[in-house]
Every structure is written in structure tokens, then in C-alpha cells.
Design a protein around this ligand. Structure first.
Ligand code: DOR
Length: 454
């Protein structure tokens, strides 16, 4: 039966096409999208009656880039539990505005995604949104580290990975068991590497450590080393290290990869671009409170180097929306985390060391890198620009400046130290399955036309 579908009809003129898996990086291209499908990519296309969006750069300027849609391995959505901070819908709009077509939701809403039924519920609640929201299942019940979830059933219910992000209470022994089990299911275990005992000691606290202020770099490196050791003991499995923040952790990751262990890692735009002491403290200061914390410039340099040379395979936002009330308290009481979906690209380009000659590597780390970490069994389609297939892609201008927050952000939360900052790099258009999910109408004035799919 014929089903109506909105699809784009336009020629995007004069863009740089970066398709890492297709081994294509070519400037001066015209891209013809017809009924939402990529019909042709060629150096010059004329087609009567097809609207042309002329993006040809002025002399000496960098061209706009068309690439596969970004995949975020690390997004916190607050539905259920705290819908005033972020819903699936608002988070999905924020993702599309940032150029993301797929986001991986962490397991720590309230209640957490720990039984298989909740994985299925979360997937159902996230269907029919502009962006594909993929779900991580908790690794342990209640994220408290004591008891592993029913891993097999969580995967059968659709979990793309397992992990307790926000917490790291699981013992190395249990982690090794989980790694061995997930190996059979072709899923990675995502680990938030911060040693909770060390943090509790440093803060002289006994309770949960999520809001604790003192978080030494050694607590991360120790957790990284313990997780890598668990991986060696498991003799199988894929360990994915989330939001690395320190030089020591990068060194451990390098060693483990040289030994041939199946370990991957991600870095956030904020750890790539900010360090302490910051020249200007945000107001309130707690806007820069995040787990793991921003560290020293040498840590940041080690992260940028590792992302450039591919030892860190993915940029992941750790988008962590919080209501204003959670950030306007004293620093030590404030919730950790910052929003990041809408600023990720621009932060990486402007202050994260990934602009200019590193742009193609950045695209790779926002698309192919995350896809490789999820693996083919996750069902996430390969990030490609294929002729004849519907377009799931992002168009961005690496030059245009914008002021963060000057036009309202799509996220329901505003907790980022970048509010008011001028960044370079604007997402002009995001397409998912050939449909417009985000558009800058001034720069890309195309209409999504009604076409009929026979
Ligand atoms: O700063 C953080 N906030 N780090 C995390 O790992 C969790 C996140 C959150 O859920 O707010």
C-alpha cells in the first residue's frame, strides 16, 4: 500500500562531502537529494525544476560539510523521573539540532533501566521521535554494583550495551563475569571509570559519591586499570571506557590496546576543550561541576592527542541536563553534569583541537567510531552516504559563529558553562531517513515535500 512520506528534494551545491566508510572526502561537490534519497554526488549537477541551495564558499573560506548523521554514545535523558530537566522529545530535538541522528540513552533515569521489561518500555517510549534513541541497560540492579542484571534478557529486550554510568560500584570479579557473558551477545560493557572507594575516602564520606567534589585523577586511572584487568581475566568481551579525563588513563588505554585487548574509549567535548583553572569561572561555578571533573591542561592535551591518533575512537557528549535548582546550590551540593548535544560540534571545532585539518577525523569520531563501538549486532545502520538510499546525514558550516543560548536551546535545561560563549561551527541541516529533523531555514531554505512511497 502507498504510504505518504515527507522527503527532501534539493541540490546542495558546493559542499565538502566526508563519508569515512565510503573513503570519500571531496570538496566542491553537488549533492542531489530526491524524495529524501541521495540521487547523486558529483562536481556539478543541473536538474530542471530542482531547488538549488548554493553553499559554495567564498574565496579562501572553508566549505560546508555534508557527512553521515552523528551518533552520540552517551546521552542522559531524564524521562522517567525528571521530565522538567529533559524529556525524550526535548532531548531528541536537542540531538537533531546538534547534528545527531542516533543517541544512546544511559540507564540512570529514575527508576533506572535495570529489568528487561524496562528496556522494552524505554524503547517503546522512544519510538516515533525524530532521532533514534538507543537504550543502554544497567549492568547492576539499581546501579549499585551488587547484583548483575539479567544480561541476556536485557539484550533480547533491545539493549545496545550494558553499563551503570554515573556509578561504578561493580567489583572487578563481577565485571569480568559480565564481560564474558556480553561477549556471547556481541555487546560492549560501558564503564564509568571512577573508583568510588578512593573518592569516598578523599571526601570523607560514606554515602553515594555522585555529588562528591574531590575526584582525583588517580581515582579514574585506578578504575581504568581495574576494568582492564577484569577484561584480561574474562579473556573475552568488549570493554568501553566512558568519558576519559586524565593523562594517566590515556596511557593505560594505549598500553591495553597495544596488548591487543578489546577496549575502546570515548572523550567528551568538555574534557577536550576546558581545563582548570578556567580563565573565567562560570556563574554559578557549579555549571562546570561534572563527573569526572575538568582537569589540567596536560590532561586535556593527552585527550586531544589520543582522539586525533584514534586511540580514543569516539567523541561522546555525556549530555547531562539538570534543572536550574540543581545547579544554583553551593558547589559541593550541586548535581554534576552539563548539557552537550547542541554544542558538541562547535566546542570540538572551536576549542577542542579538532577544527581545521582535523575536521575529517572529527567527523569519523562522531560517526564511524561510535558505530564500531556499538557493533553491527546493535542494529544501528552503518553511517554512510549511499547513492539510492534515504539520507541520514548532517550538513554543517565549520566557520559560522554563534553565541550559545542567544537563540533558545532545544534542551529543557541550560546547564552549560558555554552559555554566552561565541563558538564556530553551525549545524545547518539534519536529515534522518530522508526527512528534515533540524533545519536552519535562513541558510538552507528547503521544504520537506510530500512524496508517495509505492
Ligand atoms: O557529570 C555527570 N553527570 N557524569 C555522569 O556520569 C552522570 C551524569 C548525570 O547523570 O547527571
Amino acid at each position: 500500500m502507498a504510504s505518504p512520506e515527507h522527503g527532501v528534494n534539493a541540490i546542495l551545491r558546493g559542499v565538502r562531502v566526508i563519508d569515512p566508510l565510503g573513503r570519500l572526502d571531496a570538496a566542491g561537490q553537488d549533492v542531489w537529494i530526491d524524495g529524501g534519497k541521495i540521487l547523486a554526488i558529483y562536481h556539478h549537477i543541473e536538474a530542471a525544476g530542482v531547488p538549488i541551495v548554493d553553499l559554495t564558499p567564498t574565496e579562501g573560506a572553508d566549505p560546508c560539510v555534508l557527512c553521515p548523521g552523528f551518533i552520540d554514545l552517551h546521552t542522559h535523558l531524564r524521562q522517567p523521573g525528571d521530565e522538567a530537566a529533559e524529556t525524550l522529545e526535548s532531548g531528541s530535538r536537542a540531538a537533531a539540532a546538534g547534528g545527531f541522528t542516533h543517541v544512546v540513552a544511559m540507564a540512570n533515569p529514575s527508576p533506572p533501566i535495570d529489568p528487561p521489561e524496562r528496556v522494552a518500555e524505554a524503547r517503546l517510549a522512544a519510538s516515533n521521535l525524530p532521532v533514534s534513541i538507543l537504550q543502554v541497560a544497567a549492568l547492576t540492579r539499581g546501579l549499585d554494583g551488587a547484583e548483575l542484571v539479567d544480561i541476556r534478557r536485557c539484550v533480547e529486550a533491545g539493549a545496545v550495551a550494558l553499563g551503570d554510568d554515573g556509578r561504578n560500584g561493580v567489583s572487578p570479579r563481577q565485571l569480568a563475569i559480565a564481560l564474558a557473558e556480553t561477549a556471547h551477545l556481541s555487546r560492549a560493557v560501558f564503564v564509568h571509570p571512577e573508583d568510588e572507594e578512593m573518592i569516598a575516602q578523599a571526601n570523607a564520606t560514606q554515602g553515594p559519591v555522585t555529588r562528591s567534589q574531590i575526584r582525583p585523577a588517580e581515582s579514574e586511572t585506578r578504575a581504568v586499570n581495574l576494568a582492564i584487568r577484569a577484561l584480561s581475566h574474562a579473556r573475552s568481551g568488549h570493554l568501553h571506557l566512558q568519558h576519559l579525563s586524565s593523562e594517566g588513563s590515556v596511557a593505560s588505554l594505549r598500553r591495553a590496546r597495544q596488548q591487543g585487548l578489546t577496549v575502546s574509549a570515548e572523550v567528551t567535548p568538555h574534557h577536550l576543550s576546558m581545563w582548570l583553572p578556567m580563565a573565567e569561572e562560570p556563574d554559578p561555578q557549579s555549571l562546570r561541576k561534572v563527573n569526572p571533573p575538568l582537569r589540567a591542561e596536560r590532561d586535556r592535551n593527552a585527550l586531544v592527542r589520543a582522539l586525533r591518533d584514534g586511540v580514543i575512537e569516539a567523541v561522546a557528549t555525556d549530555h547531562a541536563p539538570h534543572r536550574a535548582a540543581e545547579k544554583s546550590t553551593a558547589y559541593e551540593d550541586a548535581a554534576p553534569g552539563m548539557i552537550g548535544l547542541e554544542t558538541a560540534l562547535a566546542a570540538c571545532i572551536t576549542i577542542g583541537g579538532m577544527g581545521g585539518e582535523w575536521l575529517a577525523a572529527l567527523v569519523e569520531r562522531l560517526t564511524v567510531g561510535p558505530h564500531r563501538i556499538l557493533g553491527p549486532a546493535s542494529g544501528v545502520p552503518e553511517p554512510r552516504l549511499r547513492i539510492g538510499e534515504s539520507a541520514t546525514c548532517t550538513l554543517f558550516d565549520p566557520n559560522t559563529e554563534w553565541v550559545v543560548g542567544a537563540t533558545p536551546l532545544q534542551s529543557l535545561s541550560r546547564n552549560t558553562p558555554l552559555l554566552g560563549a561565541t563558538l564556530r561551527g553551525t549545524v545547518l541541516l539534519t536529515l534522518a531517513g530522508g526527512r528534515v529533523i533540524h533545519q536552519n531555514p535562513a541558510r538552507v531554505p528547503i521544504a520537506s515535500e510530500l512524496v508517495t512511497n509505492a
